[in-house]
Write a protein that binds this ligand. Structure first.
Ligand code: FES
Ligand SMILES: [Fe+2]
Length: 448
């Protein structure tokens, strides 16, 4: 470690309006190893949607940092999550992204497991002359310590010492509700997903997911294209929002407990959202407040540590998986109501691919700047970075009027115009990073 106390990495002095993050947080391989252990090994991590494993024996594979995970619905309908590693010698048990299978057979020596993770065949068992001890061993797949769902989102934890999922999410649940309650039959990922890696630290995405400040400098080509579309030129089928109008709106951020953070911005073009034709049904089902937030508010949220939801140009869920200190895998899914009509699905997809696809008008810009940051941070250490104090002077402790109007209990809030583009919404995940790292290093439980 570059600094001798983990607490020094985030210089957090609210009374003096100071918040700085040390470059080592993004570049130190030793800290990275501790993150895998004390953050990804000891908190809830998003695994997938219940609708991805709708039928008995459906499965998906995913990751908690470096740990491969097999998520199944077993024959009895129960959701299970296992380490996707064979008990024989550790090889990958299920190599597919998703599918439906009663059994998963390891490709190495052929041990087979059912969808509930039970061993069903040890190949050539009778001829094996195993010793006396062997039958007393548990040969089943290793289950995760905790698996719970909220509104169709499944989370897992490698550690048993985590709070109940609902308590962990706190009032960020309102943001999840506003995403997951849009469809009368629930929500699903549009088939297919984009997955790509970038050569930089996972926390650059963690910050960027709520970063309004970069829009007018990083995404200038996107904004130029929008300006031309405003004049009636180009791909109007994308039904892109008028960002000039958006930037004139009220905006703000909420800080939640346990590392979560969220932004909101009023948006003036509700008719461009693909849920617009269904808003009466939605209002009747979820109530006025949530329907208003679904339609009239641009919402971005970070669910600590590595999942983000955005309902800005389109409704998306992304995860960013740490692979090494300077390599991260992004998985991005377009979220949509189950049973959506072909027309509205096409409408949604044109908006999604316009901005978010790796071939879209925004995503490559972000990836390039993360890699620029990482290159400099590791070759020319900058000490404490200055990108966290914008908006510090505008903090309202506790819940402000906007939070209260949505019934949210927040740690603190900022509200203003879009131009403030505050960076204090990045504080909760970095504070939680220090808290969990210190607890791990000092041998304390992650959650008291
Ligand atoms: S590692 Fe799976 S059967 Fe040998
Ligand atoms: Fe961006």
């Amino acid at each position: 470690m570059i600094l001798n106390d983990i607490r020094l990495y985030v210089d957090d002095r609210p009374d003096e309006e100071i918040f700085r993050v040390h470059h080592g947080v993004f570049t130190d391989p030793e800290l990275f190893e501790l993150e895998i252990k004390y953050i990804f090994g000891r908190t809830w991590v998003f695994l997938g949607l219940e609708s991805q494993i709708r039928k008995p024996n459906d499965f998906i594979t995913t990751w908690i940092a470096r740990t491969p995970i097999l998520l199944t619905r077993d024959a009895g309908g129960k959701v299970n999550a296992f380490v996707n590693a064979c008990r024989h010698k550790g090889s990958t048990v299920c190599r597919s992204d998703q599918g439906n299978s009663k059994f998963h057979t390891c490709a190495y020596h052929g041990w087979a497991y059912d969808a509930a993770g039970r061993i069903v065949d040890i190949k050539d068992r009778p001829m094996g002359r195993y010793g006396r001890n062997f039958d007393s061993l548990d040969h089943n797949l290793l289950p995760l310590a905790r698996v719970q769902s909220y509104k169709g989102m499944i989370f897992g934890s490698l550690s048993p010492d985590v709070p109940e999922l609902g308590e962990f999410l706190g009032d960020l649940r309102f943001y999840i509700d506003c995403a997951m309650e849009q469809g009368p039959e629930g929500m699903e990922f549009v088939p297919g997903r984009t997955r790509y890696t970038y050569e930089a630290n996972w926390k650059l995405q963690m910050d960027n997911g709520l970063d309004f400040y970069h829009l007018t400098s990083t995404h200038t080509s996107f904004l130029d294209v929008q300006a031309r579309r405003r004049l009636g030129e180009g791909n109007l089928e994308a039904r892109q929002f008028d960002w000039q109008r958006r930037m004139a709106q009220e905006a703000g951020t909420f800080q939640f407990a346990n590392g979560h953070s969220a932004t909101w911005m009023r948006q003036a073009e509700p008719t461009k959202r693909p849920i617009y034709p269904l808003i009466d049904e939605i209002r009747a089902r979820v109530g006025e407040l949530k329907a208003d937030w679904m339609l009239n508010m641009m919402r971005n949220a970070t669910v600590f540590p590595n999942m983000q939801m955005a309902d800005s140009t389109s409704l998306l869920i992304r995860t960013f998986r740490p692979i090494t200190v300077d390599r991260t895998e992004m998985s991005v899914h377009c979220l949509a109501p189950i049973g959506e009509s072909v027309e509205r699905r096409a409408w949604r997809l044109r908006q999604f691919e316009d901005f978010f696809n790796p071939s879209g008008l925004a995503t490559p810009d972000d990836t390039v700047v993360y890699e620029d940051c990482q290159r400099s941070l590791k070759s020319q250490p900058l000490g404490w970075l200055q990108g966290y104090e914008r908006g510090l002077d505008a903090i309202t402790p506790g819940s402000d009027a906007m939070a209260k109007s949505a019934g949210l209990s927040t740690v603190n809030c900022v509200a203003g115009t879009f131009e403030m583009q505050n960076e204090v919404c990045f504080h909760p995940p970095h504070r939680e990073w220090v808290r969990l790292m210190a607890a791990g290093i000092e041998g304390r439980k992650a959650y008291p």
